[in-house]
Structures are given as C-alpha cells and as structure tokens.
Write a protein that binds this ligand. Structure first.
Ligand code: KIV
Length: 280
C-alpha cells in the first residue's frame, strides 16, 4: 500500500466489527481470543485484516517505541494519541487502551476522567493494572458504561515494588491473593482479565472459577480464554533477551502478514502457547 492510499481504498470488505457481546459468545463457544498490542494505523489495519480479535494500545509503547526502561514514564496523552492512530487504521477488531501509570490510582474520579479521554480517542475498553483496591475503581467505571479489562500477575507498572519482571503467584499465599483479586474483579464487572507471568495451573484455575472474566494470558499457559503478545516481541523486532513465553513468529513466516495470520491461527487452534516451551 502506498503512503497515499487510505485504508478504505485498499481493504476488502472484512468481518463484522467485534463487540463485547460477540467476544462473550466466542468465549462461551470455546473459541480462543487472539489479541496483540499495536500502536499505529498501518499495523492496526494489517492486524485487523489478518483476523486479530482485539488490539491493545499497551503502555509497552514506552519500551518498544520510546526506548524507555519501563512503562512508568508513559502519559495519558501519549496513549490517547496512539489510540487515535490505531482507531483510524482499524475497522473491526475490538480496541482496548491501557490506562498508564498515575492516570487512575488517585481516585475513582481521576480514573473516570482518564477513561473518558481514552474512550473519546477511540477505545472501546480500558485496561487497569492491579487487584484489591482497583476493584472499586473497576465497578465505578463499569457502572458508567465503560468496559474494563483488568490485569493481574506481573503488572509492569509495579515493577519496582515487585522486584523485577518475575513470575507471580508461585507460592500458595501469593496464588491465594491472585485468586481472591480475580474474584473481586469479576464481581466488580470486569469483562476481561490479562494474566501475565503466572503459573499455567493457576491461570487455568482462575479461568474456570470465573468464566465471566475472559482471561487473556501472556506467559500464563494455554488454558486462558485468549492470548496476547507485544507486537514487536513476536515479530522479532525487540532486541535483547526475550522472556521464554514469547515465540518468534517471523522465524518461519514469508512476511509480517503471514506471521500475524500464523499467530491468530495458532492461538485459535491451541498450538500457541506450547506448554513445554512458553509456559511456567
Ligand atoms: O502494555 C502492554 O503491552 C500490556 C501487555 C503486555 C498485556 O499490558
């Protein structure tokens, strides 16, 4: 596609737009949900056409786009900007925007104002990290018509408190806290739950205990309702040592489009993640 072509000129009539209702139907029918992060209009169009169900404008953009050492410096304005870019390129995928560090922790009112900014930028759902205190915030947003994806396990905005990017919920007491937090978030009305870097058995248990939460795993085993990866990781763009849950989808692909389609296919048919290779 030349840089002068608009997405509408080039794209064949695609699938019907994904809705929360449709995602719940897929989940109830046992169809896995394929999610990837994305930060710009061109990739949004490519991922949408390749059949990715959910696009996440993740605050991982701080690391993969901005070269920051963590997600902490990312601002609400930056997420809103990238959400607008992605929304322009997307036609049918469900669009989720990350609430960045410091944009929702102070009060429910602060969270509402931040969520409104992201929904007005084109998001259909916002993602909030953390459990315990956050359930009240999730309820406040959901009651006001804002779909929420929660995020437990390794929550990168808390990297300094957690002591690094390490697996969470291995010990029984930590697993118990994770189970309890998931239950509270389900009660509060969260529709999705990203589970990052948690043992596969615990993620499977949470997925069964709370079927109303569509669990999306990243380093959390194959039994979640769906999977997410950071786009730059699975396309082998990220430099340095990657966590073991990442698969390089470019290794056997003829193009980026081919790699994305393989990701969608392998999530849907349960070939990714591999319990031996990508799971804890
Ligand atoms: O910011 C991000 O990319 C994320 C995913 C890793 C789930 O939160």
């Amino acid at each position: 596609m030349s840089s002068h072509a608009s997405p509408d000129d080039q794209r064949p009539a695609g699938r019907k737009p994904l809705t929360l209702h449709r995602l719940r139907e897929m989940h109830a029918a046992g169809e896995k949900i394929a999610m990837l992060t994305v930060y710009d209009s061109s990739f949004a169009g490519l991922l949408d056409e390749a059949g990715v169900d959910c696009l996440l404008v993740g605050d991982s953009l701080g690391m993969v786009l901005q070269g920051q050492p963590s997600t902490l410096p990312v601002t609400l304005e930056e997420i809103a900007y990238h959400t607008r870019c992605v929304a322009r390129g997307n036609r049918s995928a469900w669009l989720i925007a990350d609430m960045p560090f410091g944009s929702y922790q102070a009060s429910r009112e602060q969270a509402l104002a931040s969520a409104v900014a992201l929904m007005q930028a084109g998001a259909q759902m916002v993602k909030i990290e953390g459990g315990g205190w956050s359930a009240e915030t999730v309820r406040f947003l959901v009651e006001r018509g804002i779909p929420v994806c929660a995020h437990l396990g390794l929550t990168p905005q808390s990297v300094h408190a957690l002591g690094g990017y390490r697996i969470q919920g291995r010990e029984e007491s930590a697993a118990g806290t994770l189970r309890r937090h998931a239950g509270e978030l389900a009660d509060a009305g969260a529709a999705m739950l990203v589970l990052e870097l948690v043992p596969a058995a615990l993620a499977a248990e949470i997925s069964t205990l709370y079927p109303q939460l569509m669990t999306i795993g990243i380093g959390a085993g194959p039994q979640c309702a769906g999977q997410v990866l950071v786009l730059h990781d699975m396309l082998n763009i990220t430099r340095g040592k990657l966590p073991r849950f990442v698969r390089n989808f470019m290794a056997d692909a003829s193009s980026i489009d081919d790699a994305i389609r393989t990701y969608v296919r392998d999530v849907k048919n349960g070939r990714f993640p591999d319990p031996q290779l990508h799971t804890y």
